[in-house]
Ligand binder design. Structure first.
Ligand code: ADP
Ligand code: ZN
Length: 765
């Protein structure tokens, strides 16, 4: 660094997050000729031999000692690209979940935000800023100084740039980017002119259909603002409205049984907050699975709502992001990543079905959308509403402890009764009819009755495929995945029997004879949705039937198509995995059947009972939402397990009390915080060694706030060819756990790629 003529003038430094996994914030020098960049602005910075685009996270950090600092090479945004609140949120995510700041930032960026120059998309309008009659070449000399010394030569306008300016001057209202492209002006020319401040690039308010191109059709879902609310809805809305009016950060759990009309409350609360000039964010688990909520918002708020879903192209998402950033959109409906959306003056965040596991991102940064939403509410001073019929243990515990307020809806709208639930003990059924029974007599009769009355039914089995495994009756060998510690699942397609791994997709034909001992006695064990579908086709030959699971909806649009046909009553029965249990509102469904309610209970996961209770309560909640009474029939071999018994009587509070006892006794969340640290390696020894060394260093730095358990071989010992070993941190002091772990990781940088840190893990398999 060169000596300053004026002695000890403070160095002009910034911290920058760059999109490289697990890399800490980097410090750069700001060239003398530049203004100081804003926090949230994008900059180009040298990194090794490359130049990368990063985000300014903080100004004037202390200069690291003994390092020659490099200078930024370009300032892409004179104004913050990301608002300060989103920068803080990303920073919190990086710290809380122990991811690199670059990964957290990337989660908060629009598509291509860190890979491109200020991008120009189809809906962009470009307007010349030069005063009439000024000479183009003169203007270029007077451009702003967002260019480093090295770049100064580049400020002279090239022929292309001059020509573009002349074209734009001839159109005082500006020109849309495609019209410019037609006249030979490329987007890089426009970007350059924009960077020099000679043109402004504005987003055109184009009202795209958010469902365009995805096949998401929402036949006839419209909102009726004149509908009278029920008493409970009125009271609940009044409480929430008052909370919104007080202003400031507040979290409220909206605990309403299935069919109690939570969506109506969301709509009215959103309208209220918006009328006060504040923005609204609604998070939903998966838009394609329950498009009706998004459609209702669309029908109520029209073009002022943006709907973010995975079917949008990068370009569409980019457009949408910029419209939101500029304040043209004040309501956003989206999945977990929408929690970073740059809505202005956010006043309300709603997390619908807050217990849903799809809010958790299972790749770095491993954040939980609900928890990030709560943090965002805190940063923005906004009301956060968490809605569910089956709240997560965490949220209910927070409500009980008084950290969250609570609004409860105990009854369905119009006093419709909850479904009557009965249990079939499959042990009795097997004893009487043999071990191959899939559909009990009670369920078969109930299905036949529904078909006779032309009502609809859902049949749930939360396991895909035809059979769970194949084994040889002679040698006892089963067909296992060569890469993962699981047996292969049998699938059937046309005449083929194929065995497939659900983790790595390894697939092979099921042989007629045993690959080990050549005996011709290959047998299926267990069954999945494909088998249920086959059984139902036999049982109900006349029924119009379809299956929904990850295998049946591979083709784009097929999920929407199936849900749409079921909603229009072109189908009588839907068979499927938990996908059919989500928040659907199909008024003509009067029967829900659950095959093997205990599928999830066999897993060595401390949340197994909670998941089972939620799934059963939610799926039973799909029955009887119209004028007819609903019924649910649950088949299980554990009719006395508390998660099943209490789901049958739909008693959330009873379940919570029972489950919290178990969590307390075993010291599991939400009583303590937990971090799962998993190491991977080409051999079990290498994974064990890495975990052992890391755990030893964490223990060495541990204080009293937590304990380290393990390492031990993970239940899923091999996955995609790698061996896995894990250890846990458990305790009441998240901060101490994070610090000790971060410090230990910093001493073993060579392990970075082989370690996965999961803070507040949802699954520990
Ligand atoms: P939840 O999300 O609580 O399960 P929904 O919001 O889907 O419930 O509402 C269940 C059904 O009740 C929907 O069909 C909805 O249109 C209807 N509904 C909601 N509020 C009212 C009301 N005040 N009067 C009549 N029907 C209502
Ligand atoms: Zn596999």
């Amino acid at each position: 660094m060169s000596e300053s003529l004026f002695g000890d003038a403070p160095a002009r430094l910034v911290s920058v997050a760059v999109p490289v996994p697990a890399l800490a914030l980097l410090t750069y020098r700001v060239p003398e000729a530049w203004p100081m960049p804003a926090v949230g602005a994008r900059v180009r910075a040298p990194l090794g031999p490359r130049t990368v685009t990063g985000i300014v996270m903080a100004l004037s950090p202390p200069a690291p000692e003994g390092v020659a600092l490099r200078a930024l090479t370009e300032l892409l945004d004179p104004e913050p690209f990301l608002p300060a609140s989103v920068v803080s949120l990303a920073q919190w995510v990086a710290e809380y979940y122990l991811s690199g700041p670059g990964e957290a930032l990337q989660a908060a960026m629009p598509p291509r935000g860190l890979t491109s120059q200020p991008a120009v998309f189809r809906t962009v309008r470009v307007v010349a800023l030069t005063a009439q009659g000024h000479d183009v070449a003169d203007q270029s000399e007077a451009g702003p100084r967002c260019v480093s010394d090295e770049d100064k030569g580049g400020m002279k306008l090239g022929a292309r740039q001059r020509e573009a300016l002349l074209i734009l001057r001839g159109a005082p209202q500006g020109l849309p980017a495609p019209a410019l492209a037609d006249r030979g002006v490329s987007s890089s020319v426009v970007s350059r002119l924009a960077a020099l401040g000679l043109v402004s690039v504005r987003q055109e308010a184009v009202d795209r259909d958010p469902f365009a191109g995805t096949g998401v059709v929402l036949g006839g879902v419209t909102h009726d603002p004149a509908r009278a609310l029920t008493g409970e809805q009125t009271d609940g809305l009044a409480t929430l409205t008052a909370q919104a009016d007080i202003g400031g950060f507040q979290v409220t759990l909206l605990h309403g049984v299935t069919g109690s009309g939570k969506t109506e409350i969301y709509l009215r609360l959103a309208a209220h907050v918006r009328a006060q000039g504040r923005g609204v964010l609604l998070l939903v688990p998966e838009i394609a699975l329950t498009p009706a909520v998004a459609a209702l918002f669309r029908s109520r708020f029209g073009a002022s709502v943006a709907i973010q879903h995975s079917g949008l192209s990068d370009g569409e998402r980019h457009d949408q992001w910029h419209r939101i950033r500029q304040g043209q959109v004040d309501i956003v409906v989206g999945t977990r990543s929408a929690v970073f959306t740059p809505i202005r003056n956010l006043g309300l965040l709603i997390v619908d079905e807050e217990h849903d596991t799809s809010y958790k991102q299972e790749e770095s940064p491993r954040y939980h959308g609900r928890d990030v939403a709560v943090m965002r509410g805190k940063i923005e001073g906004a009301l956060v509403v968490l809605g569910s019929a089956t709240p997560s243990m965490e949220s209910y515990q927070n409500a009980k402890a008084g950290r969250y307020a609570r609004v409860t809806l105990e009854r369905r709208v119009l006093d419709r009764p909850l479904a009557r639930v009965s249990v079939v003990d499959m042990k009795t059924e097997y004893a009487e009819r043999g071990p191959d029974v899939v559909i009990s007599r009670a369920l078969a009769e109930a299905l036949e009755a529904r078909m006779a009355r032309q009502e609809q039914a859902l049949v749930l089995l939360n396991r895909r495929g035809y059979a769970a495994a194949v084994f040889c009756r002679q040698c006892g060998g089963s067909m296992d995945c060569p890469n993962c510690s699981v047996s292969l699942t049998v699938h059937t397609a046309r005449q083929d029997w194929r065995a497939r791994c659900h983790y790595c997709n390894y697939t092979r034909l099921v042989p007629k004879t045993c690959p080990t001992c050549a005996a011709p006695y290959m047998e299926h064990i267990g069954f999945g949705t494909e088998r249920v579908e086959a059984e139902l086709r036999q049982l109900l030959p006349e029924a119009r039937l379809a299956r929904i699971d990850r295998d049946s909806i591979r083709k784009k649009g097929s999920l929407t198509d199936l849900l749409g046909r079921f909603a229009r009553r072109e189908l009588d029965v839907l068979v499927g995995t938990q996908m059919i249990a989500k928040g659907h509102d199909f008024p003509e469904v009067t029967l829900v059947g659950v095959i093997s309610a205990d599928v999830g209970l066999g897993l060595a996961d401390f949340r197994a009972a909670e998941r089972t209770f939620q799934l059963l309560t939610q799926v039973a909640g799909r029955a009887g939402r119209g004028t007819q009474q609903g019924e649910a029939i649950i088949q299980t071999i554990y009719p006395d397990h508390y998660s099943i018994r209490l789901a049958c009587v739909q008693e959330y509070a009873g379940f919570f009390d029972r489950e919290i006892e178990f969590r307390t006794a075993m010291r599991y969340p939400p009583l303590v915080a937990m971090v799962n640290v998993l190491t991977r390696g080409p051999s079990l020894e290498s994974a064990l060694e890495a975990a052992g060394e890391l755990a030893r260093r964490v223990r060495a730095g541990a204080r009293e706030g937590f304990v380290v358990l393990g390492p031990a071989v993970a239940p899923m010992t091999r996955l995609r060819g790698e061996y896995r070993v894990q250890f846990f941190l458990k305790g009441r002091h998240r901060g101490q756990m994070r610090e000790a772990l971060a410090a230990a990781l910093a001493t073993l940088p060579e392990l970075a790629r082989r370690v996965t840190v999961d803070v507040d893990p949802l699954s520990v398999l």
